[in-house]
Every structure is written in structure tokens, then in C-alpha cells.
Write a protein that binds this ligand. Structure first.
Ligand code: ARG
Length: 265
């Protein structure tokens, strides 16, 4: 079942903050239907709040890792190699904004050994550097793999819903591997080393299709944003007892840094 869900995630290729609606009506957090904020448990991001957020043309999110590299999910890309077909949109919460920055890709690096189970990370190299936007450093230890996380994306705002024009954001609490793998949740389908879960037991707030590849992040000891996760998969979106499952960035930080260096930074 985990494989199936992961494969479906790959097909959908992505995702944003989701939360919601019909499935969640029994949840207090989802009691209100879509109001002005559009995402149950989430809200529209303000321009400039998350300058490192990237929208990718295959329908995924990403985070600006360096001026030329975007960190995303392996399930958002096909293979390692030259790839000039992806368009990255940056610098705006409104994808239709005339002030958006766009870049074409010129290379994709997919995590070695990726087969749909774990290792869900990839780097996309842009054809020219993006200046003037803050990058998002990745966690290099497990020190920040707990607490409250922020997620953001242009994906569906409810299970089965449409992709969004405006960047949505929400916060979700850490869920331990033991809890996430318990019989009431994913019953052993989560890979503890590779993956980190986040969400509410009652559901109502989550990432969803189209948010895949985007970052899950929090503040570090110096109050700077640091990336701890990559949107990877979940059973539906925002369902009770089905937290979002994210690539555990700290576990792959050395591999990501080496790959980035090999791509020219
Ligand atoms: N792999 C999923 C996709 O189709 C990501 C969705 C994340 N799901 C979740 N419930 N947090 O894009």
C-alpha cells in the first residue's frame, strides 16, 4: 500500500498545502468550509515571507538551495541527466504576477537508488543563477527534526482539489516515527531513517497533491529558516490519523551537499 501511494504521488507529481474539506468535516480543525483563506488550517502566504519557494512546471514545489539549484522530490523528476524542459517560477506568491522570475532547467540529479521507496529527493539545476532571493539552508543534524514545522505550496487545498494560483502555507506538528508507524496510522509503511511525519491526529491541515517537492521548514537556534523535510507522500490529504510524510533532509544532507557540489554549487 505504501508503494501504491508513493507511485500515485509520483504520477500526480507534486503538491502544496492542503487541508481540508470534504474528508475532514468531522475534524474540529476542518469544521469551517473553505472561507476566504481557502485552505483549512492554512492561509495565503504574504509576498516575501518565503523567498526560497519555487514552483516547478511539472506541478511540484521546490526550495532554492543555492542561486542555481532547486531541491525537490525524486518523485517529481524522471531521471538524472540533461533536462531543459522544466520551468521554475520564483520570487512571487502569485504565479500570474508580472514580477515573477522564471528559469529553465539544464540538468536534473535524482537521488541515486531511488525506486519509489524513500530517498525522495532531487536537485534541479537552473540555466542561470537567481539573484536577490534568499536560499533555504538544509538541516545537517537531527537537532531540528521535531517541534512545529511550516509547509507551503501551490498544490491542492483539498483532496482532489485544484492547483492554486497563490502560495498557501500552514504549520504542522512533528509526529514521531513510532506514532506514525503505529497500526492506527501507517502501520510500518514509513521508513524511519529516510522519512519524517508531520500533522495532526485529527487531520485538517496537511500538504497535498502539487505540494510535492516543496520544503517543510522551521526556525533554527538563530531564528533563521532551516529545511527539515521535502513533501513526499500521504494517504489522501489531511485525513485523521494520516500525517504527511516528508523526506528527512538531515539524513540526506551530506549526499545532497555532495551532489550540489558536483553540479557546480
Ligand atoms: N506525493 C504527493 C503528491 O502527489 C504528495 C502529497 C503529500 N500528501 C500529504 N498528504 N501530505 O504530490
Amino acid at each position: 500500500m505504501a508503494r501504491w501511494r508513493r507511485m500515485m504521488g509520483g504520477l500526480a507529481a507534486a503538491l502544496t498545502v492542503a487541508a481540508m474539506g470534504t474528508v475532514m468535516q468531522t475534524s474540529p480543525a476542518a469544521a469551517a468550509d473553505d472561507g476566504p483563506q481557502k485552505v483549512v488550517g492554512g492561509s495565503r502566504a504574504n509576498q516575501g515571507d518565503f523567498p526560497f519557494m519555487v514552483r516547478l512546471s511539472m506541478g511540484c514545489g521546490g526550495a532554492l538551495y543555492s542561486p542555481t539549484l532547486v531541491l525537490t522530490a525524486a518523485h517529481c523528476v524522471n531521471r538524472t541527466g540533461t533536462n531543459t524542459s522544466i520551468t521554475a517560477t520564483l520570487g512571487v506568491v502569485d504565479l500570474n504576477s508580472s514580477s515573477k522570475i522564471t528559469r529553465k532547467s539544464n540538468y536534473v540529479y535524482r537521488a541515486p537508488g531511488y525506486n519509489g521507496n524513500g530517498k525522495d529527493w532531487a536537485l534541479i539545476r537552473l540555466s542561470s543563477p537567481v539573484t536577490g532571493l534568499a536560499t533555504l539552508p538544509i538541516a545537517t543534524t537531527t537537532a531540528y527534526d521535531s517541534g512545529t514545522f511550516t509547509v507551503a505550496g501551490w498544490g491542492a487545498t483539498r483532496e482532489g482539489g485544484a492547483q492554486q494560483r497563490y502560495l498557501m502555507t500552514a504549520t504542522v506538528p512533528f509526529v514521531s516515527d513510532a506514532t506514525c508507524n503505529s497500526s492506527s496510522m501507517y502501520n510500518g509503511e514509513v521508513i524511519p531513517s529516510d522519512e519524517i511525519c508531520a500533522g495532526y491526529t485529527q487531520g485538517g491541515v496537511d500538504t497535498c497533491q502539487g505540494d510535492s517537492g516543496g520544503p517543510m521548514f522551521r526556525r533554527d537556534a538563530a531564528n533563521a529558516w532551516i529545511q527539515v523535510g521535502i513533501v513526499s507522500w500521504g494517504d489522501g490529504c489531511a485525513r485523521p490519523n494520516k500525517p504527511g510524510v516528508y523526506t528527512q533532509v538531515s539524513y540526506f544532507s551530506s549526499s545532497i551537499a555532495s551532489a550540489a557540489a558536483s553540479l557546480g554549487g
